[in-house]
Design a protein around this ligand. Structure first.
Ligand SMILES: C[S@@+](CC[C@H](N)C(=O)[O-])C[C@H]1O[C@@H](n2cnc3c(N)ncnc32)[C@H](O)[C@@H]1O
Length: 295
């Protein structure tokens, strides 16, 4: 199998599950840098990939990277929640494979988009730059109960009340503008004994706000449900998630599909990266892959 320099998460497993597909089309619903799409196109010469991303920069970057595949690669800027419209507009009814590799890309993390508290950047966090709501708006305008709800539900953050209060206090004095300002506010709320763990105290807060800004959980529910409807008989859907909220949604939709006799679940337990992958790509450590076949 063709190898690449930057390894997309669980790429061996993803290729393996797609290897016996009969039809022509595979949808990469989260194109990102095009890592998975590249490997699919390279290894399966009879396939055409429809690459969807809501981030225009991802579409441009991946299109450049995948130009050698000419019309076997079809990029579409859209949210995957509208995958039915995307396929309709291309005149395609059913496809043989779907891949969702959820979350943000390395590229988004590294290009001053306000996702990362490792550097000091404007609080943006939009995957789609054409939408209005930014992390800045959430942090500076949402009422305290809404902040609490987001931190609790989307961040599963134990200190949600204290953090929401600290945000509201801080913004009375001055608008919270940067990732570092927000990370510092959260850091100060955390008990000193918990500040020095492997995970930065702001991790859950950033996850929660990112989910709110990009309406992530709703879009995942819609996108995966629609994808299952558009899979042909024998088609394969693969979803890689990075935290428990995402994984729970995937698990439940697959379970429901099984109950309705629409799906056969191929992964009793989610697949996680093996030793070799953890060595070549440490950020893959929280990835979980679930796979199902359309009946
Ligand atoms: C983890 S990256 C994918 C990386 C890709 N598999 C690769 O190998 O390069 C996730 C991508 O999904 C996109 N994304 C997240 N939610 C989306 C949604 N609802 N609709 C479309 N794209 C989305 C993000 O913009 C990001 O580029």
């Amino acid at each position: 199998m063709e190898e690449v320099k930057h390894y997309p998460v669980l790429w061996r497993e993803v290729l393996n599950y797609f290897k016996d597909l009969k039809g022509k089309y595979i949808v990469d619903a989260t194109l990102g840098g095009g890592g998975h799409s590249y490997l699919i196109l390279k290894n399966f010469p009879d396939k055409t990939v429809i690459g969807i991303d809501k981030d225009q920069f991802a579409i441009e970057k991946a299109s450049e990277r995948l130009k050698e595949f000419k019309d076997r690669f079809i990029p579409v800027k859209s949210s995957f929640k509208d995958v039915d419209n995307v396929l309709d507009s291309l005149g395609i009814d059913k496809v043989s494979g779907f891949l969702f590799d959820l979350g943000v890309s390395m590229f988004q993390l590294k290009t001053e988009r306000g996702f990362s508290f490792q550097r000091d950047e404007f609080l943006d966090m939009r995957m789609d730059k054409s939408q209005h709501l930014r992390a800045y708006d959430v942090v500076n305008t949402y009422p305290k109960p809404m902040l609490e709800k987001i931190l609790k539900e989307y961040g599963e953050e134990k200190f949600y009340k204290k953090i929401a209060s600290a945000i509201v206090e801080a913004r009375k004095k001055k608008k919270i503008e940067t990732t570092k300002e927000l990370a510092d506010i959260v850091y100060r709320v955390y008990p000193p004994s918990l500040r020095r763990g492997r995970i930065h105290p702001a991790t859950k807060t950033f996850q929660a706000i990112r989910i709110e800004v990009n309406n992530e959980l709703e879009e995942i529910k819609k996108g995966i449900s629609k994808a299952i409807d558009r899979l042909e008989k024998g088609g394969i859907i693969q979803v890689i998630s990075f935290h428990s909220l995402e994984d729970r949604i995937v698990k439940n939709i697959f379970k429901e599909g099984k109950k309705l006799k629409k799906l056969e679940i191929l992964t009793k337990k989610p697949i996680t990266p093996g030793k070799e992958e953890l060595k070549e790509n440490p950020p893959s450590r929280s990835a979980k892959l679930r796979v199902a076949r359309k009946l």
